[in-house]
Design a protein around this ligand. Structure first.
Ligand SMILES: [Zn+2]
Length: 336
């Protein structure tokens, strides 16, 4: 059924009747000018932004993702290296299906390298071999962002993404002699140190950062630092909120992990999907608990064993404090 348009609409369409075309042109004209210039030419480094002074930008496709072969297959001086080309492509090939979904329009991959994620206090104190398996990650460098993708031992993705825009980075600093650590300082004041970079990769990352940091300084996001992305819809996740507002995907939560860690030896590792890595801490924790129980029962049987009892309780206190320190950091999003 036909409704008569309200009076104001009739008046407006009468007023605009003659002038509608030039007006639309004028408005869209200024809209386009306002949006296109700041976003693709001034602030965001374009896909063909030059990284090495001696090389022209060369963009091509690799398994459905855009790559910059001039940066991906050269060293920090922009010199072509067969070994670098082989290594970076091998890393990327395992991650291409994921990257196809994560990359933004106009985003191209500059480089990819392996490293280890920041370790928690407990992991640093124990410095055990299993933490290396737990923390393996790939750092993908693009013209817009740095993407940190935890990977399994075979290089396959662990379904978690940490991302930071170049504009939200304050500084990228490499340290160490043979194997390097790289500290990322963010605009929000926070810092993250990733470890075990190849020396050549750390130098390359520093070279890329020296070109991209000044070029993207005006392009800050509201996060001012790194964010976790949903592994399904790639939306930004809120810290300590264990579901995605975009697609409703739920993640494992800290409460369950802490509960499992308390009632099961190494329960936290089992819960977060690291069953193999959980075996050693499970053995250690079991031996420790049995030890404490033996000393406790001995202490109750003879009062002379009081100092031993005290030592055991002190040890237990320190151990639990370290364990809690470990659990205080938010859990990265893991599909539940
Ligand atoms: Zn989602």
């Amino acid at each position: 059924m036909g409704k008569t348009p309200p009076i104001w609409y009739q008046q407006n369409s009468l007023l605009l009747g003659q002038a509608s075309l030039p007006l639309i042109f004028f408005f869209t004209g200024s809209y386009v000018t306002l949006w296109i210039i700041p976003h693709s030419e001034v602030n965001v480094p374009a896909a063909d932004f030059r990284i090495h002074e001696n090389l022209l930008a060369r963009t091509e496709m690799l398994d459905g993702v855009s790559i910059r072969s001039d940066v991906l297959s050269t060293d920090d001086n922009g010199e072509q290296k067969e070994s670098v080309q082989k290594r970076t492509r091998k890393i990327l090939q395992k991650l291409c299906p994921v990257l196809q979904r994560i990359l933004l329009p106009g985003e191209t991959i500059l480089y990819a390298m392996t490293a280890r994620s920041p370790l928690s206090i407990l992991e640093q104190v124990t410095a055990a071999w299993w933490t290396a398996l737990l923390a393996a990650c790939v750092v993908v460098v693009t013209n817009k962002r740095l993407l940190f993708l935890p990977v399994k031992r075979d290089g396959n993705w662990r379904e978690s993404v940490r991302a930071v825009h170049w504009g939200d980075l304050e500084e990228v600093k490499a340290k160490g002699l043979l194997v390097r650590n790289v500290t990322f300082k963010f605009k929000n004041g926070a810092k993250s140190t990733y470890t075990n970079f190849r020396r050549a990769d750390a130098k390359k990352l520093a070279a890329i950062a020296s070109a991209l940091l000044p070029a993207s300084s005006g392009e800050q996001t509201s996060a001012h630092g790194p964010v976790q992305l949903c592994p399904d819809c790639c939306g930004v996740l809120t810290e300590r909120q264990y579901s995605c507002v975009g697609c409703g995907l739920t993640f494992k939560n800290e409460k369950t992990m802490v509960l499992r860690s308390i009632f099961l030896p190494a329960g936290g590792y089992f819960y977060t999907g690291h069953p193999l890595i959980a075996i050693l801490p499970a053995i250690v924790e079991t031996i420790f608990l049995v030890d404490v129980l033996v000393i406790l029962s001995a202490g109750l049987a003879s009062p002379k064993a009081a100092p031993d009892l005290f030592a055991a309780l002190l040890g237990l206190g320190i151990f639990l404090a370290l364990e809690n320190g470990h659990h205080n950091s938010p859990l990265p999003p893991l599909r539940s």
